[in-house]
Design a protein around this ligand. Structure first.
Ligand code: TXA
Ligand code: MG
Length: 332
């Protein structure tokens, strides 16, 4: 099989209704979608991504009103955030209804839900009138895709169709908010900056550090990683100038080959840098180099999420993290 890249919403709709996987565009990154209510179809997502079964999926809905079909309660904070940021790069973790199969949530009694902001995928969701389970459309642990071609490069042999919606407008995965000890808490930094969440809710806790917590693999220490080792420039020590790639915010470094440098925003815009981050990493990762060096970004707005992704990309794979657990129950 080799995936077709196209813009036919109807084709995507038919495949999804028949339990097949389709890559879909969102404003954050491309997703690998299946009908969330079909456990068998959802299982295929885990197989194609080589994703451990303990890593729960996000459910995508076309209308905010659909939320009540899939969760049992919407607390005030969740209502306020969805009113402000949906459609958009925000996922809410809420208590799930039984209609969502356990495999989609890795057996948790909560489910992550978001309403994506992409015209093609919103039309698809409206036609389907079904929720779509969709993780980022990359092999587990690798850099998320921000174009149809990125999806094709890695999953092209494994899925029938890639719905092409152009380049992703945000470029970072959604911000995830759930309850910890009864308080709304940011579980993953992403496309909605913490400052924006706090304008709605007041101070919120940020808890993305629980790396050993299987409930939140997006927060595993090692994730979002290129093939090449990645280090922050400040910690790099000795290196051979011809043999490194550089991820930089806005300025080129003299003395290093230009084609080995990815400048994420010449204007110094964090939004633009976010859009270009994953494509920049992929570009450098294709070159014959020893490692990628990254600048640290300003720790504010989307800069926090950019630093978070670079931080995780800089961690080495630890085997117990990437191994698929052997005793998962495939019939769940
Ligand atoms: O922007 C996005 O969120 C993209 C696009 C495709 O929508 N999706 C995405 O999915 O990033 P994925 O699978 O790469 O990340 C899902 C992460 C999980 O690894 C976990 O950290 C968190 O969402 N998550 C999902 N359900 C959860 C739950 N019930 N409780 C806690 N965390 C959950
Ligand atoms: Mg992912």
């Amino acid at each position: 099989m080799s995936a077709e890249i196209g813009r036919e919403i109807q084709r995507a709709e038919q495949l999804l209704r028949h339990g097949e996987l389709v890559a879909i565009p969102t404003e954050t990154v491309y997703g690998l979608a299946a009908n969330a209510l079909d456990a068998k179809a959802v299982l295929k997502i885990f197989e194609v991504k080589n994703r451990p079964h303990f890593d729960p999926l996000i459910i995508h809905i076309g209308e905010a009103e659909m939320l009540n079909r899939y969760v049992t309660a919407v607390p005030r904070w969740a209502e306020d955030l969805s009113n402000e940021f949906w459609p958009g790069p925000l996922t809410l973790v809420l208590p799930k209804r039984d209609i969502i199969p356990d495999i989609a949530t890795s057996g948790l009694d909560t489910v992550g839900v978001r309403m994506p902001d992409h015209p093609i995928t919103r039309e698809l969701l409206k036609k389907l009138d079904l929720p779509l389970a969709a993780p980022s459309a990359n092999p587990f642990g690798y850099i998320s895709p921000t174009s149809a071609q990125h999806v094709f490069d890695q999953l092209g042999e494994a899925i029938p169709y890639i719905l092409d919606g152009g380049e992703c407008r945000v470029g970072l995965e959604s911000t995830i908010v759930g309850e910890v000890n009864g308080e709304p808490t940011v579980l993953r930094l992403g496309g909605v900056p913490v400052e924006a969440i706090e304008r709605v809710l007041g101070h919120v806790n940020v808890d993305t550090s629980s790396s050993s917590d299987p409930r939140n693999p997006g927060s595993l220490d090692q994730h979002y990683s290129p093939r090449l080792p990645l280090k922050f420039i400040d910690d790099a020590g000795e290196y051979e100038k011809e043999r490194v790639g550089v991820i930089a915010f806005s300025t080129l470094r003299e003395g290093l080959p230009i084609e080995h440098q990815a400048i994420l925003s010449r204007d110094g815009s964090l939004e633009e840098a976010a859009v270009n981050l994953f494509a920049g990493l992929r570009k450098l990762d294709k070159l014959d180099l020893d490692m990628i060096l990254a600048e640290r970004f300003p720790n504010e707005g989307l800069g926090r999420a950019i630093n978070d992704r670079l931080e995780r990309a800089s961690h080495k794979f630890s085997p117990q993290v990437v191994e698929v657990p052997s005793q998962t129950n495939e019939n769940e």
